[in-house]
Design a protein around this ligand. Structure first.
Ligand code: FES
Length: 114
């Protein structure tokens, strides 16, 4: 899985999600937390088809804006129903202004078109 650039660091507002679409079907939510960390998570809730990037960030969690399950950005695990399954998370590396995310090969190819 290669690290690919998905955004510039200055594009990320603290405690907000940024949706990065990869092709027509996949999307990653980039989240810059208040402590300066940057996290990447698949941009769809594990409960229903709703983007997590629309949610609310608190510490290192994001709360789904549709039904309120909160996901740990470090593990992907939900801490409350209705979501029961974790969401996929991806390793992030910040190099200067570039936010690089370790994506599956097929997703990385889609990211080359950004
Ligand atoms: S869609 Fe996210 S908790 Fe229901």
């Amino acid at each position: 899985m290669p690290f690919v650039r998905l955004a510039g660091l200055s594009e990320l507002e603290p405690d907000q999600g940024l949706r990065v679409e990869l092709g027509d079907e996949e999307a990653v939510a980039l989240i810059r937390t208040g402590d300066g960390g940057v996290h990447a998570v698949i941009d769809v809730c594990s409960h229903e088809d709703y983007p997590l990037s629309e949610g609310w960030v608190e510490d290192t969690t994001i709360e789904c804006a549709l039904h309120g399950s909160r996901f740990d950005l470090l593990t992907g695990e939900p801490d409350s129903p209705p979501a029961l399954r974790p969401v996929r998370i991806f390793p992030v590396r910040v190099e200067g202004e570039d936010v690089l995310v370790d994506l599956p090969d097929d997703w990385a190819k889609l990211a080359q078109d950004l």
